[in-house]
Write a protein that binds this ligand. Sequence first.
Ligand code: ACO
Length: 274
Amino acid sequence: MDPLAADNVLVEIEDGIAWVQLNRPEKRNAMSVGLAEDMNRVLDALEVDDRCGVIVLTGVGEAFSAGMDLKDFFRATDGVSDVERMRAYRSTRAWQWRSLMHYAKPTIAMVNGYCFGGAFTPLICCDLAIAAEDATFGLSEINWGVIPGGVVSKAISTLMNDRKAMYYVMTGEKFDGARAETLGLVNEAVPADRLRARTVELAKVLLDKNPTVLRQARLAYKYARYMDWEQAAEYLTAKADQTTFVDPERGREQGLKQFLDDKTYRPGHGTYSR
Ligand code: ACO
């Protein structure tokens, strides 16, 4: 069975970019248990698929994702045992957070439309994010009588300042892509008709980098931010050594040689010649 063939996720690979598209447009890409199972399989497969250098996570149709599927994750799990409920949540946590946060390849969330509630978790766990200016975001949980649970409250606290996060947690007010940029939730917001082109442009920048060093740099940042300064200094020094050790391209050596000896490029202006 092709691991990339999935009912709830559409995968297309082109020029090193894997377009991973949540594919329940008739449900505004609400994230169901089936979608979670598909996403786990797809992400696992793409991590070792040489055709994929960068992942773009987006949605088919007019939504990025309308959040957790309220039927699957709330109504259907009411009245079942806590063990069954835990099992239902496990597969979602696996892809939305554990997998994406420390994924082996760079990830870009491309927010094409609605992005509500639980959708903030994969959005924030992607490395980078670009939104259409007219995309619609909202922590709508309060509007239907729940708290931003799962891991949404924790996730937003890593990117938004407390006043702004609390405002949206408490009001459930919607905001657009341009506002998401000023809140730090996305790197940039662009007109909808430029969304794909700008995402491709950014993905190509990433594809030009040494993939081993890029992976180590991403992971080093994500782990070091939760350490104190002493731990971070020790960890990052060891991580830098590890990077040199595992890099088949020997990028550090190349970079130093081309700058200091050959004088063919300047690191301040761009990447060494690969
Ligand atoms: N869970 C389950 N089903 C959903 C969800 C969801 N999160 N979002 C949309 N759907 C379903 C609708 O029930 C509807 O199903 P039906 O065709 O069987 O009736 C279908 O998707 C289309 O939705 P509409 O509401 O008809 O689409 P519309 O374009 O008018 O509105 C919008 C889109 C604004 C996204 C609306 O569907 C909505 O408010 N969805 C819920 C958003 C939300 O609050 N999500 C939960 C966040 S909290 C959390 O994730 C834990």
